[in-house]
Design a binder for this molecule. Structure first.
Ligand SMILES: *Cc1c(COP(=O)(O)O)cnc(C)c1O
Length: 342
């Protein structure tokens, strides 16, 4: 609908101009979040690239060139560009592409002391984190840990960046996961669900921080094009409705309980973690390393599950999946598990 409508008007304009869908979407994101400024890009990696560049540029503007270090976390995933695989905490994505950009350190997720050991007022420009680590196992940050990070960043004049490419746009039952934690970042990146299948991404920030990315310092040809923004507008207008977010939490409970029950019956899951409709079913000792087998067995029965690392079966269904589909998916998954466990 939104795509078709916009396709009959304007697709793209010269970057010397802006366009109405982009302005409208920026206003909507501003109204629904902490943000005062929005930068549009085409993918999650690009939004993160912009975030990391902004953090360095902001520190350069206000404190000088020595304050350029970025702290991120082991097992983090932030995208596939050279800067984002370097900030990401999985060596396998960097292998063969080195030398990596410098000044990047990796702390242990959910371990504030490991951040304290790396952070400094003179050198650290930003700490970047996924509120729930997605690719590496659906690992939620402890609320106290995120609050501690906020404090550490404030004490050290460092920016706090939330990569909400996976957790954003209703996925956790909140428009953005930072609301669930009550911890407000300085920069937030959003993609994936933002376009509902169309490539679009956004970097959200405050007016003070955003000022360091003035016209000419960073840019994108297609970022903020009219088609992408019209689609994302429809997505945000829909997903931000309280009934939709409430529905995510109800579906979450149903799915979580169903998976936990199957987990107990067959001794396959030790825990179902995550939030909203981003759930990670953690395999028991006996099944460790076999997440992919569950994906394959599920496909045989016509139900699609994802993996997050080798030890976690990840579920991330549509935010408006009918409850009857959840029932059917659970039945099919149980059939798949039964066959695997034989
Ligand atoms: C998927 C993902 C990205 C990368 O997004 P792309 O659109 O594939 O570039 C970055 N960060 C997180 C947390 C992701 O899950």
């Amino acid at each position: 609908g939104a795509l078709q409508e916009q396709s009959e008007k304007v697709w793209h304009l010269s970057n010397v101009m802006t366009n109405e869908p982009a302005l409208r979407l920026a206003k909507t994101l501003r109204d629904h979040t902490f943000a005062e400024r929005v930068f549009f890009a085409n993918s999650g990696a690009e939004a993160n690239e912009a975030a990391f560049k902004l953090a360095r540029r902001y520190a350069w503007d206000h404190f000088g060139p020595d304050k350029h270090e970025i702290i991120s976390f082991k097992n983090a995933f932030h995208g596939r560009t050279l800067f984002t695989v370097s900030v990401g905490g999985q060596q396998k994505y960097l292998e063969g592409f080195e030398p990596a950009p410098g000044g990047i350190h990796h702390a242990d997720f959910n371990d504030l002391d490991s951040v304290k050991a790396l952070i400094s007022k003179e050198k650290t420009c930003a700490v970047v984190i996924e509120p729930i680590q997605g690719e590496s196992g659906v690992v939620p940050a402890d609320p106290e840990f995120l609050k501690g990070l906020r404090q550490l960043c404030d004490d050290n004049d460092a920016l706090l960046i939330f990569d909400e490419v996976q957790t954003g746009v209703g996925r956790t039952g909140h428009l953005y996961a930072y609301e669930m934690y009550g911890v407000i970042p300085d920069i937030l990146t959003s993609a994936k669900g933002l376009g509902g299948g169309f490539p679009v991404a956004a970097m959200l920030t405050t007016a003070k921080v955003g000022a360091s990315l003035a016209v000419g310092t960073h840019g994108s040809t297609y970022g903020g094009n009219a088609l992408a923004c019209a689609v994302a507008q429809k997505v945000i207008d829909t997903v931000s409705q309280p009934e939709i977010l409430k529905g995510v939490n109800e579906r979450s409970e149903k799915l979580r309980q169903g998976m936990m029950a199957i987990g107990e019956r067959y001794g396959i899951f030790s825990e179902v973690r995550g939030a909203g409709l981003l759930l990670g079913c953690v395999l028991t000792e006996q099944w460790k390393g076999r997440a992919k087998d569950f994906l394959a067995a599920g496909l045989e029965e016509g139900v699609m599950v994802l993996v997050a690392g080798a030890d976690v079966v990840r579920l991330a269904p549509s935010l408006i999946i009918p409850e009857t589909d959840i029932d059917e998916a659970l039945e099919r998954f149980e059939t798949a598990v039964k066959k695997l466990a034989q």
